[in-house]
Design a protein around this ligand. Structure first.
Ligand SMILES: NC(=O)c1ccc[n+]([C@@H]2O[C@H](COP(=O)([O-])OP(=O)(O)OC[C@H]3O[C@@H](n4cnc5c(N)ncnc54)[C@H](OP(=O)(O)O)[C@@H]3O)[C@@H](O)[C@H]2O)c1
Length: 320
């Protein structure tokens, strides 16, 4: 089958394409899927460079969607020909993948495989961040960094659905337009954003969704109102250095969390609750999925270069 293989950690050039990778076989409890599209996520960069260690060699990618080609023993409720999606399943940059049914999601009518590949991982993340990590309420002020990115456009829309005022940060005018189209009420550049947020809100925001990390952390803390929630959910600009918990006291009894998707879809019930909300919003047109780039699988290296250089907006897909 076709796949990307990483044999050593490093830059985008270590994403080596092959059309001769061994085909996976579905074990009991797994299904074999013919992949229609694989989602590119920032975590794939962390895996590639070795910030989060995987044992080498590995096929990167955690997300995708496609058509069931075969089912393993003991598999019920899934049939050959079904359209399915998944997240948090390693080895997704490939034309075929064996997916455990515990991670498998049925893609409903009204959602294409490509859209499911684009929305599943980041959409589930936007769901847990706004419904569980901090339950966004009508009238809340919410700060979303990288508001035109894959996560940012979804977080902005979901926070708006819940009735919040959304303040976004972005690096360019083109990204500002996209963030506003997604519903952001105010959009700032990064320089001095904490002052701009305080001027706008008075006492600061209820929650910051910060996937940028090192470059934004201090000002994110300074943007919060007393007892506000700092949801540090990523580190696109680099890891946040160790910190003194007293900064939470000094800034008004703040909460700091470093959440990961795995902890919020740990049970099948929680996964299917979030996925059913998510796909329902997409099918009904409440949530728009912006796929900015589709690269052939063989050009995964170019996809990573563009993502890391901040050239992409919304979702990036690989087509095997
Ligand atoms: N914890 C979880 O459960 C979870 C799940 C999914 C994603 N995430 C995290 O969410 C974040 C966003 O992921 P994504 O896949 O949606 O990516 P993305 O937002 O589409 O791309 C990253 C964006 O971050 C901004 N950025 C700021 N400084 C940057 C820098 N030095 N280098 C690169 N980008 C920089 C850029 O937007 P501007 O140009 O507008 O600044 C860039 O477009 C990542 O940190 C990822 O790890 C976490």
């Amino acid at each position: 089958m076709r796949a990307i293989v990483v044999s050593a950690n490093g830059g985008p050039e270590v994403l080596a394409y092959t059309d001769d990778h061994p085909d996976p076989e579905p074990n009991p409890g797994e299904v074999l899927v013919e992949v229609a599209a694989s989602g590119v996520n920032f975590i794939d960069v962390y895996h590639r460079i070795g910030r989060y260690q995987l044992s080498l060699p590995f096929v990167p990618g955690e997300e995708g969607a496609g058509t069931v080609a075969a089912v393993g023993e003991d598999v019920r409720d899934v049939a050959v020909g079904d359209t399915v999606a998944w997240s948090s399943v390693p080895g997704s940059y490939a034309s075929r993948i064996a997916v455990p049914t515990s991670k498998l999601l049925a893609v409903p009518e009204g959602v294409t495989a490509e859209v499911a590949a684009a929305v599943t991982l980041q959409g589930l993340t936007a769901h847990y961040l706004t419904h569980s990590t901090y339950e966004v309420k009508a009238g809340d002020d919410v700060l979303v960094h990288a508001a035109a990115g894959g996560m940012g456009l979804l977080l902005t829309q979901v926070a708006k659905m819940r009735g919040a005022r959304v303040i976004g940060t972005v690096s360019t005018e083109e990204k500002e337009i996209l963030a506003r189209q997604a519903g952001a009420d105010e959009v700032f550049r990064y320089r001095g954003f904490a002052d701009a947020v305080r001027d706008l809100t008075g006492s600061g925001v209820h929650v910051v969704y910060d996937g940028v990390g090192a470059a934004t952390f201090d000002e994110s803390i300074a943007s919060l109102r007393p007892r506000g929630m700092m949801a540090l959910y990523g580190q696109a600009s680099g890891p946040v250095p160790p910190l003194d918990p007293q900064i939470l006291a000094r800034n008004g009894s703040l909460f700091l969390t470093r959440p990961t998707l795995g902890s919020y879809i740990a049970t099948r019930d929680e996964l299917t609750w979030r996925a059913s909300d998510l796909y329902g919003w997409v099918a009904s047109g409440k949530l728009r999925v912006h796929v900015s780039e589709r690269y052939p699988l063989a050009e995964a290296a170019r996809a990573h270069q563009d993502l890391e250089a901040r050239r992409t907006t919304g979702k990036v897909l690989l087509i095997p």
